[in-house]
Design a protein around this ligand. Structure first.
Ligand SMILES: Nc1ncnc2c1ncn2[C@@H]1O[C@H](COP(=O)(O)OP(=O)(O)O)[C@@H](O)[C@H]1O
Ligand SMILES: [Mg+2]
Length: 245
């Protein structure tokens, strides 16, 4: 049974059809990378999974269990199992790093503060930020802040992590420290769906690459197949453009 099963999923923004019949299954521990031109629906797909945008048709199952996006309890249960990190890391500026990470587990999940802080420090160490627990966001680089945002998502103990262009807002020299943290999670067997334009990284971590265009999946394959030998004209054109520079 797939860990995450997306079946014929559609979504609209007003009258604009943004996702049309997207189907994708993700096995436990698999890293699926979503690529495709801007506006193709990649972010919307992740937003629908999290219940931030309502689907108009189709189904999403986690471990075979369908999420009812019209039920608050069902969406809450889904958000217990999946977490998302965006390009804009949006940390709380008035809280130190450890507090940024522990506030949701303590205030929303009701975990004991001491336990959440111990766990928070462990996660910070995994993100290479053990020394930064008392720092405030404005004392950190963009790459460090984005790693704090990933740590914050991990503190909710998700089984499935969704990453939406987490390196796109970073200066080039800071991209790798964030990708290294994500590589670590992949090596530990975290199930992930990653939107990224970093093709060398996609090639390395993806078990499967999915190319989207105009709200649909155009082509799916192992990185070597899809990136190097695309079968569709649309994918050839896309990779031809982005791999040239
Ligand atoms: N909040 C919104 N309201 C209306 N249209 C939106 C909204 N967000 C995205 N869109 C539109 O939906 C389409 C898909 O966007 P998006 O999922 O952000 O694509 P991608 O992440 O692949 O760039 C685009 O045409 C975009 O303009
Ligand atoms: Mg996007």
């Amino acid at each position: 049974m797939p860990h995450l099963d997306i079946i014929n999923l559609s979504a609209d923004y007003a009258h604009l059809k943004v996702l049309s019949g997207v189907s994708l299954s993700v096995e436990k521990g698999e890293v699926v990378c979503l690529v495709g031109p801007s506006g193709s629906g990649k972010s919307t797909l992740l937003r629908v999974l999290m219940g931030l945008t309502l689907p108009t048709a189709g189904a999403v199952k986690v471990d075979g269990r369908e999420i009812d996006y019209h039920s608050k309890a069902s969406v809450r249960a889904a958000r217990d199992r999946m977490a998302i990190v965006f390009q804009q890391y949006n940390l709380f500026q008035n809280m130190n790093v450890l507090r940024n990470i522990t506030i949701a587990p303590v205030e929303i999940k009701g975990r004991p503060r001491r336990e959440a802080e111990e766990e928070g420090r462990r996660i910070l160490a995994r993100m290479g930020l053990a020394e930064k627990h008392a720092a405030y966001p404005d004392q950190l680089s963009g790459g460090q802040q984005q790693r704090v945002a990933i740590a914050r998502a991990l503190a909710l103990k998700p089984e499935i992590l969704l990453l939406d262009e987490v390196t796109s807002a970073l200066d080039p020299e800071l991209v790798n420290e964030v990708l290294d943290a994500v590589r670590g999670l992949a090596a530990e067997g975290m199930t992930m769906v990653i939107v990224s334009h970093e093709m060398a990284f996609v090639r390395e971590v993806a078990s499967k690459v999915v190319m989207m265009d105009k709200g649909k999946i155009v082509e799916t394959g192992a990185p070597r197949e899809l990136i190097d030998r695309p079968k569709t004209e649309r994918a050839r054109e896309f990779f031809g453009k982005i791999l040239r520079h």
